[in-house]
Ligand binder design. Sequence first.
Ligand code: NAD
Ligand code: UDP
Length: 311
Amino acid sequence: MRILVTGGAGFLGSHLCERLLDAGNEVICLDNFFTGRKRNIAHLMDNPYFELVRHDVIDPFKFEVDRIYNLACPASPPHYQYNAIKTIKTSVMGAINCLGLAKRTRARVFQASTSEVYGDPAEHPQRESYWGNVNPIGIRACYDEGKRCAETLFFDYHRQNGVDIRVVRIFNTYGPRMLPDDGRVVSNFIVQALRGEDLTIYGDGTQTRSFCYVDDLVSGFIRLMEHPSLTGPVNIGNPGEFTMLELAELVIKKVGGPSKITHMALPGDDPKQRRPDISLAQKELGWNPTVSLEDGLDPTIDYFRKLLTEA
Ligand code: NAD
Ligand code: UDP
């Protein structure tokens, strides 16, 4: 198949492009390089089945493709808050452009949605049926509401125009190729530990997150995309739940060195807990995470160690 991956030079997108090429597909990677890097896809550039297009998803685009994975959007809070208006435009107009292309070409189209649609959840763990608890005017709203609106667009194009959609709700995912200055907790803690700096816990560190290793996530993406009929939304994530204090202690134990823990102010609207209910993915996709946080941290730490040594 010929497959378009928007945001294909980013952390998740580059792993997805690689996996799709390995399976014998042609891949067009579209990216504006806001948080994506050529380094992430440099090893794919010689592959005759790989094509790179520098383009912004808010501007229309045309390709003849069989599948569209829409991943373009900054994912870390500092990056998506850097230009909040651009972030919401990317989610909403990017979705409209992907859906319009899918409508014309009859391609199947996949939306990388997020656990952030659940906001600061009043239901725990979160099932797909939960409508969420999002502050529509807070500092995370450009991302959360942008992603919620994109989901609405996907389901309206599906109902109104028969577009073949797949929607995944991704829970915190980590692994090699995250940016060292990304601002997300796993990359922050690892980079701080490798530099021998103290690990910055925001708030008291009792808030929880569930961390999925990138390879597991990409397997879930492809299973959903190739499912004959399931539109989603489907939660994909690892239900292992950790406090930020536990994560910090684990990273310090694995990296070693003199780092301790320091506390900083908790950012606005920071969700207190998050854990996916993955029974739908287990039942319909036969999908389960296979890499524990303990195991997934090792290749991630190795990646950052190498990156920091080169820099
Ligand atoms: P990332 O920032 O590494 O990747 C995003 C990619 O999109 C980058 O390559 C960036 O340059 C590109 N991009 C941003 N705006 C664009 C635009 N206007 N036009 C074209 N390209 C643009 O983040 P990621 O972690 O790889 O996330 C990928 C997708 O998955 C995002 O949609 C994100 O919201 C979603 N997601 C990720 C996580 C996670 O834990 N990693 C969790 C939930 C949802
Ligand atoms: N966090 C932290 N220290 C950091 C970065 C993040 O304690 O250096 C916290 C953050 O406040 C949040 C959790 O870790 O409670 C996850 O943050 P991240 O930005 O990775 O993801 P999100 O909040 O979008 O789930």
